[in-house]
Design a protein around this ligand. Sequence first.
Ligand code: IPM
Ligand code: MG
Length: 357
Amino acid sequence: MKKIAVIPGDGIGPEVIKQALKVLDVIGEKYGVEFEKEEVLMGGIAIDKTGVPLPEETIKICQASDAVLLGAVGGEKWDTLPGHLRPEAGLLGIRKALGVYANLRPAIVFPQLKSASMLKEEALQDGLDILIIRELIGGSYFGEKKKVQLEDGTYKAWDTQVYTTAEIARISHMAFDIARKRDKKLTLVDKANVLESSRLWREVVTEISKQYPDVELNFMYVDNAAMQLIRKPSQFHVILTENMFGDILSDEASMITGSLGMLPSASLGDGNVGLYEPIHGSAPDIAGQDKANPLATIMSAAMMLRYSFNMPEAAKDIENAINKVLDKGYRTLDIMSPGMAAVGCEAMGHLVVKELR
Ligand code: IPM
Ligand code: MG
């Protein structure tokens, strides 16, 4: 039996989660595994019901589970609350509480979706299979932050970009291990020409690279990386980077793949609870209209099977089913192109389930 804590969250979160759970039910039947799911509150809905974005009870249940599946949090309604009470604080809090320091964000172009990419076909002719490994519980997201009023009545605010050797080392080992299992190429993206913290990243990663002589390591400044991702995305394989750079570059990479609705993620640490979530947000503008693309969440569930439950065949099974659905021409609005069949969130989930059966 595998215990999954489920956080539907806000906006389109509950809709996309529902589809992923349908898929997990079929996997459970097919592979003879029982998934025990427990729904918990986080984000705006938690603020409305309990007054805080991340109730203690949610943390406890997540920590006692084998994995956590998360939809999305946030919305305009809560945007004026102070930082520590916003839905996003719940998201950062659960990442921290679970100690999931490595956020794996694969950016793959499905051949069927090449035309949905923002890039010209020729930029994609070598295909695209990038894995962004984003540090998730350090950097400016978690360093000291403050806002103070100056004598003249104006303000001064800061967020501290801070990393320790240990924080860099643990994710670097994971990145080298992963690169070793792929095509043995690792790019550290940083801003070492300006930031002291980036220079520490380079030092630590360079030192650790000696233990992985078979992995080719190179360095790239983040501004250049943002440009190179558009110019020639196929030059990237595994990208290792700090929290904020990873946040930005992964959204950029999603546009190369075609849609934010196609990027799943897995967050792992040294503990045994993994956190799985699509990289997209809560998209309040389309919430409740059956328009969202559930595939990123379904693929996040596949990553859960792969990384937390050691069920790689089941994960592959889901990915194959998605491929077949795309082959047959079914598209949600975000990946729609002429001649294809437009379907809603619910129908897309159902199509994947049908292929799995
Ligand atoms: C993401 C999101 C979050 C982040 C926000 C919602 C706090 O953009 O997961 O990429 O910045 O980490
Ligand atoms: Mg983001």
